[in-house]
Design a binder for this molecule. Sequence first.
Ligand code: 4NP
Length: 153
Amino acid sequence: MTKILMVCLGNICRSPLAEGILQSKLDDKLFKVDSAGTSSYHIGNKPDPRSIAVAKQHGIDITKQQARQFIKQDFIDFDIIYAMDNSNYDNIIALAENDAEKSKVKLILNESFPAKNLDVPDPYYGGDTGFDNVFILLDDACQKISQQLNSLT
Ligand code: 4NP
């Protein structure tokens, strides 16, 4: 079982979408996908209603998700950790104990735009179009991730 963790700041906007989108492209018998936030701001909360809505428009149900904070144990429990932006990346790397843990952490948009180190923009303080844009970016990145992972099975 390959385990993939999606990480943003609040675990209510971007990473819940990334979790739902990637899950929709993989066999759940072979892959586990989860998400977490680097902050404690929204622990226990459902995804933002705007993330729930854009996922639903694309046939993906993320309403069962509950926000949790990233913990050091996640370096042990997961094989690949995708950060949504550079700030998330730096915060995760700061918790790593060794190079093996650091090597699990990647910026998700490098899947679509190799080595460009681009951020998935934080849509929290914007309108609905920000969430549409985030969905498009994450769907493309997750398509590439799923092609790589499925080619290994
Ligand atoms: P996320 O978005 O990191 O994509 O879940 C945010 C959610 C909440 C906050 C910031 C970003 N906040 O400051 O509460």
